[in-house]
Design a protein. Structure first.
Length: 39
């Protein structure tokens, strides 16, 4: 699913903006993984 979101962003956004969004998405996913491990 995340791959599809990133693909859609690549079509609609410029590269620099996409890099920022992708970075934020990766951080959010990392935090989610940590939260899941704590449960």
């Amino acid at each position: 699913m995340a791959g599809r979101i990133i693909l859609a962003l690549e079509i609609e956004l410029d590269r620099a903006h996409l890099d920022a969004v992708e970075s934020d998405l990766i951080k959010a996913l990392d935090q989610f993984d940590v939260a899941c491990e704590l449960l």
